[in-house]
Design a protein around this ligand. Structure first.
Ligand code: GSH
Length: 84
C-alpha cells in the first residue's frame, strides 16, 4: 500500500474531506499538522509553491489538495496511485 503524507491544520474543512476520502480507501495517512511543524511546511511550500492545506503526497509524489484527489478519484486514478 502506498505511503500517504498529508500536511493539514486544525479546523480545515478541506483537510477533513481529504482525510475522509483517503480513509474510505482504507489507507493510513501520515498527518503533519502545520501549526505544530511550521518549518516542515515552509520547506514544502518552497518546493511546490502552494501554501493552502491540505497538501498531499503519495509515495513521495506531490498530488495536490482535496480537489485534486477528488478529481483523481472521479477519474478512477486515485486507487491505482494508492496501490489498490
Ligand atoms: N482547492 C483547495 C482548497 C484548500 C483551502 O482553501 N484550504 C484552506 C483551509 S480549509 C486554506 O488553506 N486557506 C488558506 C489559503 O488558501 O492560503 C483544496 O481542495 O485543497
Amino acid at each position: 500500500m502506498a505511503h500517504v503524507k498529508m500536511y493539514c491544520s486544525d479546523s480545515c474543512p478541506f483537510c477533513n474531506n481529504a482525510e475522509k476520502l483517503l480513509l474510505s480507501k482504507g489507507v493510513d495517512i501520515e498527518k503533519i499538522n502545520i501549526e505544530e511543524e511550521p518549518e516542515q511546511f515552509a520547506k514544502i511550500v518552497a518546493e511546490i509553491g502552494q501554501d493552502s492545506v491540505p497538501q498531499i503526497f503519495i509515495d513521495g509524489r506531490y498530488v495536490g489538495g482535496f480537489d485534486d484527489i477528488s478529481e483523481l478519484d472521479m477519474d478512477d486514478e486515485l486507487e491505482p496511485m494508492l496501490g489498490l
